[in-house]
Design a protein around this ligand. Structure first.
Ligand code: ATP
Ligand code: MG
Length: 757
């Protein structure tokens, strides 16, 4: 049995404890772009969990920003959810359905003295917020009376003020260590036409205000969102608690968003590709949108399978796009008919063949549990793939040459008699002869061939257009237009496909033998002018193509210097025995553990026992394995298992805290040291010392700005090309936060900030 993911574990617990009678989830997209594969993941989580527990899932368009939102995007989202095979409960809902209710809740907060109209400028608001190390100051407008606030808020609604003149803010805590709680904005003025409410409103609720209340209004129980909302959870709870809503009431839980290499996953960046005409639209078959995959020929099953296979985690990682390609291959391999199509035709005239015949040819190989076949026309003139003939073959060439016969798939063996060329020396035709007693399935010729090639009958084949796609981006971590792969689309005109594909249409999708999987383009293909999209190749050609220059880093394995050292030692060890090999396979394949750590665990019984016990407590295999193989192993050199001050459970929790980015791995080492001495729980240690990692950009940015302001000389040197100073800035920021800032976030933000300079 697969271990239950942590979200399902939460739902199960809540139902068991009787907190809710029924699970109600929601998928809350903003209709400002077509949904992408990341949304597919959120869809499978929200709809999948509701389905698994017999609950319901709402589809709610989060339409609170009139400037960017459009009906066509809402339609695309509906289409995508349906196509993936899910059904929302009731009508499609919109946050704008609740604008009046939300307004009333805001009035209630004002009356309670919990919200006020602020009239600081945007810049002042930012300045007053303070920094991670300094508390903020409250606005001079915060002491307005309830009456004045009510009056101003009403006049905001009536449209008496310009954009930005006032905002409504919650009165929470200007010195909270969670910067999000420093009197967050609840409403802003925006004179813009809304796709549904038209000009009824000129104030719009902010996400933090609208989301929790919409969840509450709809009776949502579990509000799942991505990790970047972690620090917003406190506002979510504050608003519902302050308004005394519930129980029952919804709670927010965060999971890691899906990231994929060679892919950009931001609607803003995808929109740029569309608007700049780099792709043909949101549904261009190269786009990572659900509409794009659909048009390309992906099946909904393959996408849902992919999302499920990636799993649900609390730690951000990057999934290899090859895993998605594997999912579609895996789905189609056993389902679709295999037929023949020649992309780059070379005519072959079989001189000793007269008339024509129809050969019986199965659509499916023996191991596919499907039946069906077609009559394959054969006559004197056929097309083969140009590259399946070589006049001067390199060593190891197994196909047709002047001296080497070849089998035509499902048909006869032929041999080349003569090569015909035009004036430029290009081969235009092969004259050949066939062996009448070599018919496939009844071959008595005794002729040996080294391979079989695909072909089509010239008289009956249909001419088609084929669109060959490659990855849209040429680099692993693309930023946008500058990283586009110039060869992502190749159009082949004048390809030939066998008759049955067009005239019988045994299926929607096909395997073109030796070429890949194909699907008629739903927009451009017609019977008169068929167009086929290549869905995916038969094998993963990319990893091989790319490997020599730059092996793809394994996303799930954080690379520490320690790990690399171990990798280097690995070669000295004796090979694994069969039992160890089985364990090793499980650790690397199923659990995604790095090779070095998996190797150690597979061999060392004591470490393994410790690891397995810990793993049973919390499902964080990769980080846990590293802790056990490095930290715990060191302790076990001096002590016996019984003498350890900590339990497997405590180590599992520490691993989880790393994965959840509660502590940095650097701090985790210190926590571990204290655990070995005192045996205290990691939570206690972290809490007492205030070691919680800071990941919120709003808290980190001000520190970065401070560091940059203090070192103008180094900024100048950096800009002049001294790249080494990047590390200096990151180091200073980490130091200024006492090592508590999340280094990943710091790295990214420092890079962005320095870029802006
Ligand atoms: P993007 O940042 O890509 O433009 P978004 O987060 O702004 O997307 P929303 O429409 O706000 O898009 O997202 C709807 C839901 O889908 C949210 O709950 C969000 O957390 C989730 N979601 C968005 N991107 C991903 C992703 N890459 N992986 C998993 N869930 C995602
Ligand atoms: Mg968003």
């Amino acid at each position: 049995m697969k271990k239950k993911d942590f979200l399902r574990a939460i739902v199960e617990r809540d139902l068991a404890e009787g907190r809710y009678d029924e699970v109600v989830t929601r998928f809350p997209p903003e209709p400002n772009g077509f949904p992408h594969i990341g949304h597919a993941k959120a869809i499978t989580i929200n709809f999948g969990i509701a389905r698994d527990f017999g609950g319901r899932c709402h589809l709610r368009m989060d339409d609170t920003n009139p400037v960017t939102e459009e009906e066509k995007y809402a339609k695309a989202i509906e289409e995508a959810v349906k196509w993936l095979g899910f059904e929302w409960d009731g009508p499609v809902r919109y946050t704008s359905d609740y604008f009046q209710k939300l307004y009333d809740y805001a009035v209630q907060l004002i009356k309670m003295g919990k919200a006020y109209v602020d009239s600081l400028s945007e810049e002042e608001i930012r300045e007053y917020r303070g920094t991670v190390t300094e508390p903020g100051r409250r606005s001079r407008y915060a002491d307005r009376s309830v009456e004045e606030n009510l009056d101003l808020f009403e006049r905001m609604r009536k449209g008496e003020f310009k954009d930005g003149e006032h905002v409504l803010r919650a009165r929470i805590d200007m010195s909270s260590p969670n910067m999000q709680l420093r009197d967050p904005l609840l409403y802003r003025i925006r004179h813009a036409h809304h796709m549904r409410t038209g000009d009824d409103w000129c104030i719009y609720p902010m996400y933090d205000f609208a989301h929790c209340l919409s969840d509450y209004i709809e009776g949502i129980t579990h509000s799942f969102c991505t990790l970047e909302f972690e620090n917003n959870r406190a506002i979510y709870d504050w608003i519902l608690d302050t308004l005394r809503l519930g129980p029952p009431r919804p709670y927010q839980y965060e999971f890691a968003r899906l990231n994929m290499n060679y892919t950009v996953m931001s609607k803003r960046k995808l929109k740029e590709l569309v608007d700049s005409g780099r792709v043909s639209g949101w549904d261009d078959p190269r786009m990572p949108t659900i509409a794009g995959y659909r048009r390309r020929g992906y099946t909904p099953e393959s996408i849902v399978n992919f999302c499920n296979s990636v799993g649900i985690s609390k730690a951000n990682s990057v999934v290899d796009v090859a895993q998605l390609e594997h999912a579609i291959r895996d789905d189609l391999n056993m389902k679709v008919p295999r037929v023949m199509c020649v992309l780059d035709p070379l005519k072959v005239v079989i001189e000793n063949y007269e008339g024509s015949e129809e050969l019986e040819a199965s659509y499916y190989p023996h191991d596919v549990p499907k039946e069906g076949s077609r009559k394959l026309p054969f006559s004197r003139e056929i097309y083969i793939e140009r590259e399946d003939f070589s006049e001067h073959p390199p060593k190891g060439y197994y196909r047709l040459t002047p001296d080497q016969p070849v089998r035509l798939r499902h048909a006869y063996i032929i041999r080349c008699k003569e090569v015909i060329k035009d004036e430029s020396g290009r081969i235009t035709e092969i004259r050949a002869e066939y062996y009448p007693d070599s018919k496939s399935g009844a071959d008595t010729s005794g002729i040996k061939v080294k391979s079989a090639i695909h072909w089509v009958d010239a008289a009956t084949a249909h001419e088609v257009e084929v669109r060959l796609y490659d990855r849209l981006f040429r680099v692993e971590n693309p930023q946008g237009i500058e990283d586009l792969n110039p060869d992502s689309l190749k159009i082949v005109k004048g390809a030939y496909v066998e008759r049955a594909v067009i005239e019988e249409k045994p299926d929607e999708r096909f395997q073109f033998e030796r070429q890949g999987y194909f699907y008629p383009d739903p927009v451009d293909s017609t019977d008169e002018h068929p167009v086929f999209n290549k869905i995916v190749s038969l094998k993963d050609s990319w990893s091989k193509k790319q490997q020599p220059s730059k092996p793809a880093p394994k996303a799930a394995e954080p690379k520490s210097p320690k790990q690399k050292q171990q990798g280097a030692n690995e070669g000295e060890a004796a090979p694994l025995n069969e039992e160890e090999q089985t364990r090793y396979e499980r650790y690397t394949r199923e659990l995604g553990i790095g090779k070095a750590a998996a190797n150690t665990l597979a061999r060392d019984a004591m470490l393994r026992e410790f690891f397995e016990q810990a793993l049973a407590e919390r499902n964080t295999p990769v980080t846990l394995a590293n802790l056990v193989v490095n930290e715990v192993a060191r302790e076990l050199k001096q002590k016996s298992l019984e003498a350890l001050a900590f339990t497997p459970e405590a180590i599992a929790r520490l691993a989880e805290m790393i994965d959840e980015e509660i502590v940095s791995s650097k701090i985790a080492k210190e926590v571990f040291e204290l655990m070995t001495e005192s045996g205290e729980s990691p939570d206690r240690i972290v809490e007492e010392r205030g070691w919680v990692q800071i990941s919120d950009p709003a808290q980190i940015l001000p520190v970065i700005e401070e560091v940059i302001a203090q070192h103008p000389d180094n900024v100048a040197k950096y800009n002049a090309g001294n790249q080494k100073l990047f590390g200096f800035f990151v180091g200073q920021v980490l130091k200024a936060t006492g090592g508590k800032a999340n280094p990943k976030v710091v790295n990214k933000l420092v890079a962005e900030k320095l870029d802006e300079m």
